[in-house]
Design a protein around this ligand. Structure first.
Ligand code: ZN
Length: 161
C-alpha cells in the first residue's frame, strides 16, 4: 500500500526554495527535485516535522527557527590564528571560505570572520547557524522506500550508494 501523505518510510520528492532575510540561499528550481527519506533525519528537524502529513501537489511555507535548523551560533566555534599560518596567496579578508583539516583528518569548513593586525579570526559555525530559515516547499512525488534505502537511512537517487 502506498501512502498518500508524507510519513515515515516514504521517499519524498520536493521542490524547495530557502530564503534567509528575504534572500534566496538555496533552491531546487531549475533542477531535479530533492529526494529524501522521511523520518530518517535526512533534512533539518524543523522542516521534516512540517513535511509530515503533506500530500503530493501540496505547497507550504515553513519557517524554521535557528534552533530547529542549523543551530544557534556557537561562540566556541570561533578560533584565532596568526596570519603566518595561512598560505601566502590566500586573500585574508572577512567572508573568505576555506576547508581545513581537523585532528582526525576530517574536512572542516571555516570562513574568515575578521582580520585584526596579524590575527585572523575563523568562524567554524555552519554558514546558516543562527539564521531563521524560510522554506517554500512543494511535494512533487512520493513512494515507499526500498528495503535497502531503509537499511541505509537515506534515499537512493541514482548517484548514491
Ligand atoms: Zn545508500
Amino acid at each position: 500500500m502506498t501512502a498518500t501523505k508524507v510519513t515515515d518510510g516514504q521517499v519524498v520528492s520536493m521542490q524547495y526554495t530557502l530564503r534567509v532575510d528575504g534572500k534566496v540561499v538555496d533552491s531546487s528550481e531549475g533542477g531535479d527535485p530533492l529526494e529524501y527519506l522521511h523520518g530518517a533525519a535526512n533534512i533539518i528537524p524543523g522542516l521534516e516535522r512540517e513535511m509530515e502529513g503533506m500530500a503530493v501537489g501540496e505547497s507550504k511555507t515553513v519557517v524554521v527557527s535557528a534552533a530547529d535548523g542549523y543551530g544557534e551560533v556557537n561562540e566556541e566555534a570561533f578560533i584565532e590564528a596568526p596570519v603566518s599560518e595561512f598560505p601566502e596567496d590566500m586573500p585574508l579578508k572577512p567572508g573568505v571560505e576555506m576547508e581545513l583539516t581537523g585532528p582526525e583528518g576530517e574536512p572542516m569548513y571555516a570562513r574568515i570572520e575578521s582580520v585584526e593586525g596579524d590575527v585572523v579570526t575563523l568562524n567554524m559555525n555552519h554558514p546558516l547557524a543562527g539564521a531563521e530559515l524560510h522554506f517554500d516547499v512543494k511535494v512533487v512525488g512520493m513512494r515507499d522506500a526500498t528495503e535497502e534505502e531503509m537499511d541505509h537511512g537515506h534515499a537512493h537517487g541514482g548517484h548514491e550508494h
